[in-house]
Design a protein around this ligand. Sequence first.
Ligand SMILES: [Zn+2]
Length: 325
Amino acid sequence: MKDFIQSLPKTETHLHMEGALPWDFMRELDGEKYAVPPASWEDGYKFRDFAHFEQQLLGHALEWYTTPERYHRAAAKVFADLAAQNCKYVETSFASGVMEFLGVDGKGIVEAINAAAPEGMEVRVFLGIHHGGLNEAMLPRLDEALGWDGLAGIDLHGVEEIPVGEPEIQFWKKARAAGKFTKAHAGEFMGAEFVRWAIEELGAQRIEHGIRAIEDPAVVELIKERGLTLDVCPISNVKLMPGITASNHPIRELFDAGVKCTVSTDDPLVFGNQLVQEYAMLHQARGFTEAELVRIARAGFEAALMCDAHKQPFLDQLDAVSCSA
Ligand SMILES: [Zn+2]
């Protein structure tokens, strides 16, 4: 099964560049302090809550990500690690918070990440705006970001419980009018109703996580009706979401209900996970067969913001595998 998973052409469509920082770079900052990875890399680790997770993530990542050049170096290593797992297409986001709180040049970050894409891999860069991030001070700068050529789209990040509303709805609309693809994190901490809001009000074209949609069959239907894909991160969910374990992770139920799901790693800096392990977990803990894993990989290319001519060879390859799986 390990070889089978490795052989599949794959996508990674839910990856935070801050949360993907390779541990070697932390060691470079302080070899003693960061001699060993955190306890959250261990199997069975569970964060107390989102604040606990965010504290660890920011505590590490913000020490490193202080310039576009550092984004470039980190992205190059992240993409090389993914390429070694036969990943062919990556969507990655960076946090508007680094512009807001660290004053890093956002346009420079977009260019730096795009320039790090290795041959044979297509990369799309997203700007992640946290709940509360569309404030008066940031709005003009975020408006300007919608004009950046190298920016593929935007994503809603951060603490789901912090209220969002009309400003986000208007900005997401503006982003689509500017030709940007719009995503949103939803259904990780807030329930199915927030997934509904992200689809119906915000108009998000892809949902990051979205797994709590399973709590309301009407929202599952809505996702299917709209033909939307969920970018699910199983290991992240197991380590972070209350009540979610490998053996009860709802990706099985969503998949069986006909919802298109991809798998990705979210924040490997914090979870210590690899893309191939996400596939392995689906097989080991939720009984996904080889043919079903092919459908997961296929969903990634179907959802990918690649031109048809570029995605077709990978779809053909996966179809050929599924005939023999
Ligand atoms: Zn995420």
